[in-house]
Every structure is written in structure tokens, then in C-alpha cells.
Write a protein that binds this ligand. Structure first.
Ligand SMILES: *Cc1c(COP(=O)(O)O)cnc(C)c1O
Ligand code: SF4
Length: 450
């Protein structure tokens, strides 16, 4: 298949859209003025079931509807789109709404920037001891944009700090000074949008540095869902696969951290072939996805997803809770319901699928799993557990929150048993005060894909 991209300017040329209710087209058009739309012919022809609109899960992760934008924003944009001679007002409005949605307003960004000899390192993030995130400049877009992803300010903005080949030496130098780091996680956007030439430059720099402490190279990607031909028939597909082979041959554990939101994405001949080609290089594929209302908020969908992943040779890894962004309630699933869905699915698969952890909030203090709902004496509680923490002493120490069936995020939860705060909060505050340790929430966004 030859790639054909769709964006806000040419989406009306998608033949399948012509049969839809014009109301839906209008909604798409309005929302796409605020949130960026990008799709392609594979998604349109092979993944979306056009007889099932607007319920179709793949349609919902790639095409916008009214519910994905705050009503007042929607109404304002719609008004100015209709009004004549209001181009400038519309542009101002779009700018203003984007500023408000932007989780990192300008001037206030503080990343988890690692420091080397007193200098902040851009395009990297070091939050958990063993793993450094690495944002190559050539991998900060995606084959298509997910409607649930709030990483888009990063795609468009200069504020976002990316790493270019020019300063990869800094990453290497940092890793030399931090032998506790065992994993490099290359992330985006989607690093697999990179050409084989660019990818090999980054990889060669890492390999040639011969860092004894680095054992694992991970690549976060949604390419298997959105463009499996990346590993089959793109002009540089063979070269991509040979880079993977080389990484493995040099003795690294190579893990593709693949994002799959629905079993439909695993059904095409193309994705099966792509998975097969990747596994043949010696790489492993671990899978993750957020739990999303209107897409996969159903235990049967997860049972099918995990079983099919195992069948194709992949390893289930994380189920994430999408962050409650305030503006966007469309995909939100309350924590207790998320745990219900996870447990129901988890209890219907064999141990081979149960490598998956979840449901997990990738929150500012760490990755926190919802372990369950229990009753301890007379108090109903939600049991939580750190899977990763900014402070490693927090990890795997279950703690309790008051039962709240509507809570959507850690910030909605209160400690149980009369405690004033959760056990980690004091030391978390101290971390925040430590000037060397700049805290940001970017990790909450980066983990949707990576
Ligand atoms: C999720 C995440 C990682 C990787 O965590 P693992 O549990 O090792 O997969 C690393 N850094 C950040 C910032 C993350 O959010
Ligand atoms: S979830 Fe991943 S593939 Fe989707 S838009 Fe976000 S970064 Fe890109």
C-alpha cells in the first residue's frame, strides 16, 4: 500500500466520509480547527468499520466529534467559522483556546531535565532511576494523531525540547556519568516515523559508545497500528529491520513498546506480517494502551486484545488510565470502573497474558496502580501501589484511599483511616523543593504511547 495522508485541508476527499451524516462532518471540521487531525488510507480503508459510525472504536480514536471539545469552545469556533469576514477573530480564538488547553503554558515549563556538569540537557527526561527517555528531533510527529492524545502541543511547538543528532553526545556523556541507567527509551511522537537513515544515526551513536551499563533499548511506537507497512514495503523497510537486527546482534535487549487500543488493529494481514518481520529480527514487542471510554471500556475487548497479542507473539505490558485533562471528559473512565474492567478481563485470561499491569496512572509522583477495592473493618477503601516512583523507596508499598466511585485521577483521591496525606506526599514535596530536581507532568503525557 502506498501512503496517502489526510489532514484538515483534504479530509473531505475521503470517499467514506461522503456517506456520513453531514452533522458529523461539521463536528469534525470544527474540532479539527483546535486539535490537529491526521489520518491515512490504511486507517480509513482497513481499520474503520464505516457501517458502525459514530460508535466505531477506530473512528473515535482518529476522527473528532463534538464531545471531544468543551461545549463553549465548540460553539465559539462554530460561530466564527460561519461568520463572514472573521478570519482574524477566528485565528485569535483558536490561539486562545489552544493556550488554554495547552498543558505547558509558555514560560512555565519545567521538565524533568537531567543535568550534565550543571547544564540542563534538552530532549531527555530522567524520572525513574533505570530508564532515560530520549526525544529525537526527527521522531516528534506520528503517522496519524490519536484524538485522546494531548501531546499535540509538543508536535507543533518550539517550546518542546527535542534532541538532535548535534547533541546526542550529551546523552552519551550523561549515561556515562549515570551507570544506574540500564534502559534507553526512545520516544516521541513516534520515533518510527523517522527514516532509517536518521534512526541508524541515533542508534549507531548509542552502540558505538559501548556503554556497559545500557542493556535495553526501547522504542515507543504506534506505527504497527497506524502504518504497519513501515516494516513491510516502505522504501527503507528492509533497512529499518536491519537496524533492529544489528541492535540485537550487539547484545542489547530491543523492545518495541507498541500501542494498540483495540483488537481490530491486530486483524489485518499487514499488521500480522509487520509483527512477524519485527520478531524475526530478535526484537520483542511489548504492548500498552490507555483504557478509553467509547473505544475499549469493555472487559471483552481487553480479553480479545491480550489474547490476540499473545497469539501474535507480543507481551502485554501496561493498561493506563488516561489523565483527566478537565477539558476532555469524552474518554474518561472512573478509577473504580477501570479496576472493574481490568479485573474482569484479567481473571478470564491465562497467566501468559497476566504480565500486564494495570490500571495504572502515570502521575507526577510515579506510576500508581489501582490494586482493588477492599473493605477493612468498616471502611471501604481503594488500594493503590507504586509500580514506579520518583523515590524508589515508595515502590511496591500498598496504600489506601477513601472509596470514591467517581474519582478519575490521583488528585481526586483522599487518604483513608483519618490520615492527613498519603505516605509519600511529604517526601514528594521535599523533592519538589530540591532545586536540582525540576518536576513536570510531561511524563503523564509521554506514557500514552511510550
Ligand atoms: C513509564 C515511564 C518509564 C518506563 O517505566 P517502566 O515501568 O520501566 O516501563 C520511564 N520514564 C517515564 C517518565 C515513564 O513515564
Ligand atoms: S498516542 Fe502516540 S501515536 Fe497517538 S498521537 Fe499520541 S504520540 Fe502520536
Amino acid at each position: 500500500m502506498r501512503l496517502k495522508n489526510y489532514n484538515i485541508y483534504n479530509f473531505s476527499s475521503i470517499p467514506q466520509l461522503n456517506n456520513l451524516d453531514p452533522k458529523l462532518l461539521r463536528e469534525m471540521e470544527v474540532v479539527s480547527h483546535i486539535l490537529p487531525f491526521k489520518s491515512n488510507n490504511y486507517i480509513v480503508e482497513k481499520l474503520i468499520d464505516w457501517n458502525n459510525i459514530p460508535e466505531d472504536p477506530i473512528f473515535n480514536i482518529n476522527f473528532y466529534n463534538k464531545g471531544m471539545l468543551k461545549e463553549e469552545y465548540y460553539d465559539m469556533v462554530s460561530y466564527y467559522l460561519n461568520k463572514e469576514n472573521s478570519k482574524e477573530q477566528l485565528a485569535n480564538l483558536i490561539y486562545k483556546i489552544r493556550q488554554e488547553l495547552n498543558p505547558h503554558p509558555s514560560g512555565q515549563i519545567q521538565y524533568n531535565l537531567p543535568e550534565l556538569n550543571g547544564v540542563k540537557l534538552k530532549g531527555m527526561q530522567h524520572k525513574y532511576k533505570e530508564t532515560v527517555l530520549f526525544f529525537p528531533i526527527h521522531g516528534q510527529t506520528c503517522h496519524a494523531y490519536c484524538t485522546f492524545c494531548f501531546r499535540w502541543p509538543q508536535f507543533t511547538s518550539d517550546m518542546f525540547l527535542k534532541i538532535g543528532m548535534k547533541n546526542v553526545e550529551l546523552l552519551i556523556e550523561y549515561l556515562k556519568q549515570h551507570p544506574e541507567v540500564t534502559d534507553i527509551l526512545i520516544t516521541g511522537g513516534d520515533p518510527m516515523v523517522m527514516t532509517a537513515r536518521h534512526l541508524s544515526q541515533y542508534i549507531n551513536a548509542i552502540i558505538n559508545a559501548r556503554l556497559q551499563s545500557i542493556k535495553t533499548i526501547r522504542i515507543g511506537t504506534k506505527s504497527l497500528s497506524y502504518w504497519p507497512y513501515r516494516y513491510i514495503s516502505d522504501p527503507d523497510s528492509a533497512k529499518i529491520l536491519s537496524i533492529f537486527k544489528k541492535i540485537v546482534k550487539k547484545g542489547y535487549h530491543l523492545a518495541l513498546m507498541a500501542n494498540f487500543n483495540h483488537p481490530r488493529e491486530l486483524q489485518t494481514e499487514a499488521v500480522k506480517k509487520a509483527i512477524h518481520n519485527i520478531l524475526k529480527t530478535g526484537a520483542v514487542i511489548r504492548t500498552q494502551s490507555p483504557l478509553l471510554n467509547h473505544v475499549n471500556a469493555d472487559p471483552d475487548v481487553w480479553i480479545e486484545l491480550w489474547k490476540q497479542q499473545i497469539h501474535l507473539g507480543m507481551i502485554p505490558y501496561y493498561m493506563f488510565i488516561p489523565r483527566d485533562t478537565g477539558a476532555q471528559k469524552y474518554f474518561a473512565v472512573p478509577l473504580v470502573k477501570a479496576w472493574d474492567i481490568f479485573s474482569e478481563a484479567y481473571s478470564h485470561v491465562s497467566g501468559i497474558c497476566r504480565t500486564v499491569r494495570g490500571p495504572v496512572m502515570s502521575a507526577n509522583p510515579g506510576k500508581i496502580a489501582i490494586m482493588g477495592v477492599s473493605k477493612i473493618f468498616d471502611e471501604k477503601v481503594i488500594t493503590l501501589n507504586f509500580i514506579q516512583g520518583r523515590n524508589i523507596t515508595w515502590v511496591n508499598k500498598p496504600f489506601f484511599a477513601k472509596y470514591d466511585k467517581n474519582a478519575l485521577w490521583l488528585s481526586d483521591l483522599k487518604p483513608s483511616f483519618g490520615e492527613k496525606e498519603f505516605f509519600f506526599e511529604r517526601s514528594f514535596r521535599n523533592l519538589l523543593l530540591d532545586s536540582k530536581f525540576k518536576i513536570a507532568d510531561r511524563a503523564d503525557y509521554s506514557s500514552l504511547c511510550s
